[in-house]
Design a protein around this ligand. Structure first.
Ligand code: ADP
Ligand code: MG
Length: 210
């Protein structure tokens, strides 16, 4: 079964997916979404271009209550470009919900505008680990109400030396959160990261030839 309507998603979300031309789940979506929508921690490995963004976006949106004015999801990404792509994909997938606010916190962009955006209220934060840590240190951002933490392109974040920042950010999230780790490869460093920050994760892997 790889149809989105086999998942516990709202009719509005399913209609939005249809309008976006997302008719069938990609293999990594079909492998990861059933467990993610049950609230399980997840390690998902699949190559670039396989639809990993929608997999975690649909999971974090399922956990989100837009009437609650607090940051409920955080997606950590290795680069500003990826953070921008993830932000626009989450916005597309959230457009059937009422007013989900997504704020991007990337390095190399002035702090002031980001601080103002956070001040206006955010449900979802997407950002690079160093800059997210900066805002946490400055007291601009609270993760007290967080229910979903996503580590996207976790292998690249480790390669780029973000492991200490990821650790500091994860320590500020409630321990009851759901953690979703996405990666194109599965080096030893990822296993160690997962062992520290995920709870009884389900591991799914889609091989390159599929
Ligand atoms: P990854 O993060 O695995 O590199 P992306 O999430 O960036 O991949 O997705 C790659 C492309 O596939 C995007 O253009 C996205 O819009 C598209 N896509 C994702 N899921 C589906 C789907 N179920 N049906 C059709 N297109 C999809
Ligand atoms: Mg991706």
């Amino acid at each position: 079964m790889s149809r989105f309507d086999s998942l516990p998603l709202s009719p509005a979300t399913l209609e939005n997916l249809r309008q976006l031309g997302y008719l069938e789940m990609t293999p990594i979506q079909a492998a990861s979404l059933p467990a993610a929508l049950l609230g399980k921690d997840l390690i998902a490995q699949a190559k670039t271009g396989s639809g990993k963004t929608a997999a975690f976006a649909l999971a974090l949106l399922a956990n989100l209550n837009a009437r609650r004015f607090a940051v409920q999801s955080l997606v950590l990404c290795p680069t500003r470009e990826l953070a921008d792509q993830v932000t626009s994909e989450i916005r597309r997938l959230a457009r059937s919900e009422d007013n989900v606010k997504v704020v991007t916190l990337s390095g190399g962009v002035p702090l002031r505008g980001q601080t103002a955006s956070l001040g206006h209220g955010a449900h979802v934060v997407v950002g690079t680990p160093g800059r997210v840590m900066d805002h946490l240190d400055r007291g601009n951002l609270s993760l007290e109400a967080l229910n979903t933490l996503v580590l996207d392109e976790a292998d690249r974040m480790l390669d780029m030396g973000f492991s200490a920042d990821i650790e500091k950010v994860a320590r500020q999230c409630p321990s009851s959160r759901q953690t979703l780790l996405f990666s194109a490869t599965y080096p030893e460093g990822i296993a160690q990261l997962a062992a520290r920050f995920l709870r009884e994760p389900v591991t799914v892997k889609v091989d390159a030839q599929h």
